[in-house]
Design a protein. Structure first.
Length: 472
């Protein structure tokens, strides 16, 4: 009688040591060896020819030629050269080594996270160096004293002029006066379940109330603090669902308090709206970007918004800057690779100025570049707009997006120029419940309606509340 324990040991011997002795003995098979062992049929694997052709060119022809990938942004790329250039490679004042985020001071001057020089530089727009502060210090070897840095990536200016810095590899935030005097610091390395835990803070932004928002790339969260570092809350977490992140970096606010975040490795922008208390944020929309495909430590994008709430993002590995309307409509872009100032070596940080000019830090060429852009093209002349839909609030039209917005910045209608009418916008959470490609159509009573795959009406537009309401 063969015991279960003996047979289990025999099988383990085969798995771990290719030793068939015990198994052969238990099964009375004295000729069993590695070469004669055949417990199952051999496997066969079939691979499509076009896949094989990508990895092996010996006698294989793909069944269909590969389709060339089309850059969706190429047709609207413009030629524009910087009208100001500040800096050069080096460690002296006014020189840079991998400059990252840029923040605009209250007086229009620039604060730059000079990351690999482990310092912050405060520079006037004519290139004059106003202040420089910071030296290298590491939390690992106990030298991370206040005012020292280990590769700072983010910098932001509060409404009172205070300067906040993400000291990335010391896993903390430091706060300074506008001229570089240390005020306070908070957080350290740790798990995101603890409010004091960071793993790779990079982006940082301050809202109009003075609250500080930090993207923690390693822990995949956005963490909120008050102006002195008191923990308020956090949102996000690892994933690709709406509201989750994979390597969040750049972030910024529009004129209505909505927060835009560069969700890098999910290759999208996500938009979040605050709750009434401002202590929590919920996702309201997102859009994909054809960028940020590389996962190198350098490919970390920042973003900025102008006074029209257009969003500018850096595409480091693509050597370009891309501009979008607030609903994700691509407007234009510029840039290509260059080791000089007629292109980018590695566009990284970005910010706008009071005249809607754009500053970009080039972490590859170690300079700051300023661009004055031509006006964005409008989608349709205002003289031919159809009459606005009935509404209890005053709606505003954005010619660049072709949309109507409520006073708090919510897009509710998009213009269909061909039909000459305003079409209600369908939010993502409702669109996800419908067949792909579903569009609103008017029913027999002239009410905008959404139908499912069985042509059953499932949502109707309510003009009063400007919402899609379920059909009862």
């Amino acid at each position: 009688v063969i015991s279960n324990q003996d047979m289990r040991q025999a099988v383990f011997n085969i798995w771990f040591d290719r030793d068939y002795t015990l198994y052969a003995k238990l099964t009375n098979n004295t000729s069993l060896t590695v070469s004669t062992w055949s417990p199952s049929e051999k496997l066969r694997m079939y691979i499509r020819k076009d896949v094989v052709d990508l990895i092996w060119n010996y006698g294989v022809t793909p069944s269909t030629p590969p389709v060339a990938e089309v850059d969706p942004y190429l047709s609207k790329m413009i030629e524009v050269q910087p009208d100001k250039v500040i800096g050069q490679p080096g460690a002296e004042s006014g020189q840079f080594n991998a400059p990252r985020a840029i923040a605009l001071g209250l007086d229009g001057s620039l604060y730059v996270a000079d990351s690999r020089n482990n310092r912050i530089q405060h520079i006037a727009t004519d290139g004059t160096v106003l202040q420089v502060w910071g030296t290298f210090g590491s939390i690992q070897d106990g030298t991370a004293n206040p005012g020292t840095f280990n590769e700072p990536w983010g910098v932001a200016v509060g409404p009172d002029g205070s300067v906040y810095v993400t000291d990335t590899w010391n896993y903390r935030i430091q706060k300074f006066t506008g001229d570089g005097v240390f005020l306070t610091m908070w957080n350290t390395y740790g798990d995101p379940s603890a409010p004091t835990g960071f793993y790779g803070p990079r982006g940082i932004a301050v809202n109009s109330n003075g609250d500080v928002f930090v993207t923690d790339t390693g822990n995949k969260f956005v963490v909120i603090f008050d102006a002195n570092g008191k923990y308020i809350g956090q949102f996000g977490g690892s994933g690709f669902d709406l509201g989750q992140f994979d390597e969040p970096v750049g972030l910024g606010f529009d004129n209505f308090g909505n927060l835009y975040i560069a969700d890098t490795w999910n290759q999208r922008i996500q938009v979040f709206a605050p709750n009434s208390a401002g202590t929590g944020y919920s996702p309201i929309s997102s859009w994909d970007v054809k960028a940020w495909s590389g996962q190198s430590v350098e490919n970390k994008p920042f973003l900025a918004l102008d006074s029209n709430n257009n969003i500018f993002i850096t595409d480091p590995d693509g050597y370009r800057v891309l501009e979008f309307a607030k609903d994700g409509t691509y407007l234009r872009g510029w840039g290509s690779y260059s080791p000089a100032t007629d292109g980018f070596g590695l566009p990284s940080g970005i910010t706008g100025d009071a005249s809607n000019g754009i500053w970009v830090s080039d972490a590859g060429n170690n300079v700051l570049l300023h661009f004055t852009l031509p006006e964005s093209p409008t989608t349709i002349p205002s003289t031919v707009l159809p009459i606005y839909p009935p509404s209890n609030v005053t709606l505003g039209y954005n010619a660049e997006t072709g949309m109507l917005y409520t006073p708090d910045g919510l897009a509710v209608y998009v213009l269909d120029p061909a039909a000459g009418q305003w079409v209600p916008i369908v939010p993502l959470d409702i669109m996800s419940q419908l067949p792909a490609g579903t569009l609103p159509v008017k029913d027999s009573t002239n009410i905008w309606t959404l139908y499912d795959a069985n042509q059953t009406a499932v949502f109707r537009w309510d003009y009063a509340s400007m919402q899609w309401l379920p059909v009862q």
